[in-house]
Design a protein around this ligand. Structure first.
Ligand code: AMP
Length: 419
């Protein structure tokens, strides 16, 4: 699109080129590719979609055009051997909506990169050196970083002229003091293998803590917030004056809260014990703690809706799973309250945090002495908007703020390329 400028009489109208204002956000998994195209003039979504089963049988692309009112999603099932084929198919769908990736209106491609280590504290324009550093971090993110790199390489092939920006899940947490980031293990071993707390879900914690300050009518520098990101993966963070000072995920996303399929905190000796008494090898224990633990390990389901339905039917395993989940959450609220000293808001986000009122109610129950109270009526309201669920004069605000990691990635990438 271009905007006409006033033309002198008799001469052809001068068409001023519009500043590039679109950002494509890519989130590449090992066999998947999620994307959103955003218009940064108003942060609106132009399109979104997902390619699944890349390089497997039954590759499938679901594309949702979102510009100018929602249209029906379009689906393509065809062999997509790799991420290059997948991104080409995405580009074709976008082009069919008049949003082709060759458009001069595209300002940047923003890539979610899971692990940026200590090195990447900010969103970063990708060049060969950045790729090499993300590669160097593969040992601490063996599943995620290779997939993220595949997305980056594919996008660079498609638009080599365009700024590609890496936005790191770990970056928001790089402000943690050493006392919080260090594990109490042999320092030389830790340093040699870069073992420390990195934290993840950083774009969500950054976005949600900022939005919470706005909800309170304050600048982020004025408020202390405990953010509870409760999705299938889950993490908590303590944010003091807009700066992260503690978070629950560690070297990997396994530590901390009880999650859909991950255990969160366990005694590390569980690993040696399983090796010694059950003969399990490291990969089996890895799979146990990452894929067969958490809610699914406790009761067979990782969807909080299903767990609530089973509890209503009197299912005891589901009840126990819920109780373990909430107990851990409450422990972290208390711990982060102590870390921060003064708390202005506790905020719930992501799939469970935004939708499961019983989780919010139970996590805060009994914390009145800390100034934490949930209003039952406000908590029951279903809404996609940021909202308070604590009573009007509560000492500490309890809030629900829907997360938007794609918008945060696009915002950070756009701010970087626009200078
Ligand atoms: P996320 O990873 O943020 O997409 O969150 C996914 C999880 O959110 C699911 O596994 C469910 O446990 C939970 N969830 C989604 N919708 C609801 C809902 N309406 N009520 C309770 N839990 C929900």
């Amino acid at each position: 699109m271009t905007s006409p400028s006033p033309a002198a009489e008799g001469s052809p109208p001068v068409i001023a080129p519009l500043t590039p204002h679109r950002v494509l956000v890519l989130n590449s998994g090992s066999s998947s590719l999620k994307y959103q195209l955003l218009d940064m003039r108003d942060s609106s979504r132009l399109a979104s979609g997902l390619v699944e089963r890349i390089g497997e049988r039954g590759s499938r692309l679901v594309h949702s055009p979102l510009a100018g009112g929602a249209a029906e999603p379009r689906e393509r099932t065809e062999p997509m051997a790799d991420h290059t084929a997948a991104l080409k198919a995405v580009a074709e769908e976008l082009a069919a909506d008049g949003l082709g990736l060759d458009s001069p209106q595209l300002a940047a491609i923003g890539h979610r990169v899971v692990h940026g280590g200590k090195h990447f504290t900010e969103p970063t324009v990708i060049d060969d050196a950045v790729i090499a550093e993300i590669e160097r971090l593969i040992p601490v993110a063996p599943l995620h970083n290779p997939a993220n790199l595949t997305g980056i390489r594919t996008a660079r092939e498609l638009r080599p002229d365009l700024p590609q920006v890496a936005v790191f899940d770990t970056a928001f947490h790089t402000t943690m003091p050493e006392a919080a980031a260090r594990y109490a293990i042999d320092a030389a071993t830790a340093d040699a293998h870069r073992i420390r707390r990195y934290g993840f879900h950083g774009t969500s914690h950054a976005y949600v803590s900022r939005r919470t300050a706005a909800l309170l009518g304050k600048d982020p520098s004025e408020v202390n917030v405990i953010v509870l990101h409760l999705g299938n993966g889950a993490s908590a963070s303590a944010v003091r004056g807009g700066v992260c000072v503690e978070t629950s995920m560690g070297l990997t996303p396994l530590e901390g809260l009880v999650m859909g399929t991950r255990s969160g905190d366990v005694d590390p000796a569980v690993v040696f014990h399983l090796k010694r008494v059950a003969g399990m090898d490291i990969d089996e224990v890895d799979a146990l703690l990452n894929k067969r633990s958490g809610l699914v390990g406790l009761c067979g389901d990782n969807d909080m809706r299903e767990i609530r339905r089973r509890i209503d039917e009197g299912d005891e395993a589901a009840r126990l799973a819920f109780d373990v989940y909430v107990h851990r959450l409450k422990k972290y609220i208390g711990a982060y309250y102590a870390v921060l000293g003064r708390v202005d808001a506790v905020v719930f986000t992501a799939g469970v945090g935004e939708n499961a009122a019983p989780v919010r109610e139970a996590a805060v129950a009994g914390l009145e002495e800390l100034g934490l109270v949930v209003d039952a009526e406000l908590n029951a309201v279903r809404s996609g908007e940021p909202r308070l669920i604590s009573p009007a004069r509560a000492r500490v605000a309890v809030a629900v703020v829907p997360t938007d990691e794609e918008l945060e990635i696009a915002t950070q990438a756009y701010a970087l390329v626009r200078g």
